[in-house]
Design a binder for this molecule. Structure first.
Ligand SMILES: Nc1ncnc2c1ncn2[C@@H]1O[C@H](COP(=O)(O)OP(=O)(O)OP(=O)(O)O)[C@@H](O)[C@H]1O
Ligand SMILES: [Mg+2]
Length: 379
């Protein structure tokens, strides 16, 4: 009978630390895999534990791993990777989708989850969708959300970046990327799809662009129903109608309305700020017409300011609301909302927005809560 191998935990720990600090995930996994094998005879529970952890590890279990032998497509000359790969797409807060959009995206997920029902009805799931909307309203985020819901890797091809100065290469690159993505059970996002159209003003390149459009059309036609191909654009009018038509679903990503902004403000502030609820409605008024990413940036800037100056976030948010207000009607709406929600006094609202106190008095609800005291209000 052979003696169980002695475990050198200190040595193994140091070795693992060295490999982990090199940042090469695959080497870390290999080291753990070998250790689990060695521990099997002398410490089976430890070996089991390690094996389970490895199996749960996203990069280990990912469909991309099966493709590990197939290298990521690179630009022929620059050798730069053409694709951004998110093996395990994560989002740090849940997206707020307009009601129609939420229905359409949920349907896309349900079609994949209930593929058998579609099959029985002689139907295929939606293969492709075009996301249309201004910057910062969640097109990329929705692609990430879809990939996460479907537990698939997300591959992002930024067309503006791929359309290198040498336009002639773009067609080849595009074919290269789509061929690669077809072999993986993934969500592929063609970002900035209108980049193909935007350069049409350059007369010298019209022939190349036409060829590029043809390549894209062929690739869209050949896309398998097992994959999900998404396109995103800020300028739908610039897209070639033939490309537009090839996307089976068209989804509009509007700028957030008041309810969506309120929801987003609540989601962003509630986990970090106990008084968040009082702010959702006034900030929804102040941020009218802004994108989610603009709003997010402003809220983070306010939090940063409050944190490093040890100042009340209430004060910073009041200033932020005042600064956002534009036009006479906008300023009056913000001043009224701040006073109506008991966040500042009429005098402070006037200082923040420039709206006369008489106007504020006339517009605000007659029975309002006493103004919340902030550091600046206290004598
Ligand atoms: N609908 C949304 N719900 C919650 N957060 C959002 C939403 N849209 C945008 N955000 C926030 O703004 C950031 C930027 O959004 P995203 O990259 O998805 O915009 P986009 O529509 O793809 O813009 P672009 O056209 O510039 O690529 C996100 O990471 C997220 O934090
Ligand atoms: Mg985007």
């Amino acid at each position: 009978m052979t003696e169980p191998k002695k475990i050198d935990l200190t040595g193994d720990y140091l070795k693992l630390a060295r490999v982990a600090l090199s940042g090469r995930m695959q080497d870390v996994q290999l080291t753990l895999h070998r250790a689990a094998k060695r521990y099997r005879s002398s410490d089976a529970p430890l070996a089991d534990h390690l094996t389970t952890l490895l199996q749960e590890s996203p990069t280990f279990a990912s469909p991309l791993r099966k493709q590990a032998e197939v290298p990521l497509p690179v630009d022929v000359d620059s050798r730069l990777h053409l694709l951004r790969v998110e093996t395990d797409p994560a989002i740090d807060h849940e997206p707020v989708f307009a009601p129609d959009l939420a229905v359409a995206l949920t349907q896309l997920v349900a079609e994949r989850r209930k593929a058998a029902l579609l099959n029985r009805a002689g139907l295929q799931p939606t293969r492709s969708a075009l996301f249309i909307g201004p910057p910062g309203v969640g097109k990329t985020m929705a692609a990430r959300w879809l990939a996460r819901e479907l537990k698939r890797p997300l591959l992002i091809l930024d067309l503006a970046a791929v359309m290198s100065s040498l336009l002639g290469r773009t067609g080849g690159n595009l074919r290269h990327v789509l061929d690669y993505a077809k072999g993986i059970n993934c969500v592929l996002l063609l970002d900035e799809l209108d980049a193909i159209a935007k350069r049409r003003d350059d007369q010298g390149e019209i022939g190349e662009l036409k060829r590029l459009v043809t390549v894209l059309i062929q690739q869209l036609d050949d896309w398998p129903s097992s994959g999900i191909l998404l396109g995103a654009t800020n300028h739908p009018a610039l897209l070639d109608p033939a490309i537009w038509r090839r996307f089976e679903a068209h989804m509009d990503f509007p700028l957030p309305d008041r309810a969506a902004i309120a929801q987003f403000v609540a989601d962003t502030l509630a986990p970090v700020f106990p008084e968040a609820t009082a702010w959702t409605a006034p900030l929804a008024v102040a941020f009218a017409g802004k994108s989610f990413s603009d709003i997010e940036r402003e809220l983070i800037a306010a939090r940063r300011y409050a944190a490093i100056n040890d100042a009340p976030l209430n004060d910073r948010l009041a200033i932020l609301a005042g600064n956002q207000a534009t036009g006479k009607a906008g300023r009056i709406a913000v001043a009224t909302a701040l006073v109506d929600h008991g966040l500042v006094s009429q005098r402070k609202a006037r200082a923040l927005t420039g709206v006369a106190r008489d106007t504020i008095r006339n517009r605000t609800a007659p029975k309002r809560k006493p103004p919340r005291r902030t550091k600046q209000d206290t004598p």
